[in-house]
Design a protein around this ligand. Structure first.
Ligand code: CP
Length: 307
């Protein structure tokens, strides 16, 4: 297979295992490219890409921009906090004005679930979802899968525990879809109040004891507590959350085998993970960030070739 089955990347739920493998295999080639002395290729020389960020981002925004520049695309960046959105302009008006400048692809992060799907129905450009509320974050799941594959060889039958605020996490949902499509077993672990009611219907194991989850898994993906999405109190205090669901060195060293530790960032150091774990040799957090550029290059390259 040499092309994707989809025109847009709206979520992992919508794409096939073949699509995912094609993206990961293409990303391997791009990882080799970005480690060369000359890191740039002319693949998207005639393509203009708009990065529209209606919500804060460090990794995703910089990583997409770098991926686009490494592929020689023309890039424009939009941030809602400094735009006419503040004067009341709608999403469609904003995007249509940007598209009037002849843009071929749109990378969009938005606080509302379904925003990328909505856009794909109203404009002709190819849309890449860079995170839509608590719904999906497909390129994060792809770079996570790439990073696990790089570390463990493949995903088949590997045991991945996703720990923390599952309820508010687009990373959790996209990871569950992606890992299952690649043949991995997935467990979610966290307080009952931070588990969506539908979680068992996704075919994942559910565990509320962190030590048991860590003993079960090959890889632990530690998620951030998303206080900005929590409209009510889901647990008594951050201190109590950390005592029950935080990963520290003592706990990591007490396990019967060495597991791989991941985190999508941004990290709340000392809450879901301590600094000595985040910076340990079992952590692949910065490899995830490095791989994000190669994976996003692959997504952009493959979608650009899709008519
Ligand atoms: N992992 C992630 O999406 O980070 P940012 O919010 O900084 O983009």
């Amino acid at each position: 297979m040499s092309s994707l089955s989809t025109k847009h990347l709206l979520g992992i739920k919508d794409i096939t295992a073949d699509d995912i493998n094609l993206i990961l295999n293409t990303a391997e080639n791009f990882k080799e490219v970005i480690n060369r002395p000359i890191k740039k290729v002319p693949s998207l020389r005639e393509i203009t890409i708009a990065n529209l960020f209606f919500e804060n981002s460090t990794r995703t925004k910089l990583s997409f921009e770098l991926a686009e520049k490494r592929l020689s695309a023309d890039v424009i960046n939009f941030s809602s906090s400094t735009s006419s959105v503040k004067k009341g302009e709608t999403l469609i008006d904003t995007v249509n004005n940007i598209l009037a400048m002849k843009v071929d692809m749109v990378v969009m992060r938005h606080p509302n679930p379904g925003a990328a799907l909505f856009l794909s129905k109203h404009v002709n450009s190819k849309i890449i979802n860079a995170g839509d509320g608590a719904h999906e974050h497909p390129t994060q799941a792809l770079l996570d899968a790439f990073s696990i594959r790089e570390k463990l060889g493949n995903l088949k039958k590997k045991k991945i525990a996703i720990v923390g605020d599952i309820l508010h996490s687009r990373v959790a949902l996209s990871n569950i879809f992606c890992l299952q499509k690649l043949g991995a077993e997935v467990m979610v672990c966290g307080p009952t109040t931070l588990m969506p009611k539908y979680i068992s219907s996704l075919g994942v194991k559910v565990e509320h004891n962190l030590k048991k989850a860590l003993e079960w898994c090959d890889v632990a993906n530690m998620l951030r507590i998303q206080l900005e999405r929590q409209d009510i109190k889901y647990f008594p205090s951050l201190r109590e959350y950390t005592m029950l669901f935080g990963l520290n060195k003592e706990l990591l060293d007490s396990l019967s085998k060495k597991i791989v530790v991941m985190h999508p960032g941004p990290i709340n150091r000392g809450v879901e993970i301590t600094s000595d774990v985040a910076d340990s040799d079992q952590s692949i957090i910065l490899e995830q960030v490095e791989n994000g550029v190669a994976v996003r290059m692959a997504v952009l390259f493959l979608l650009a070739g899709r008519v």
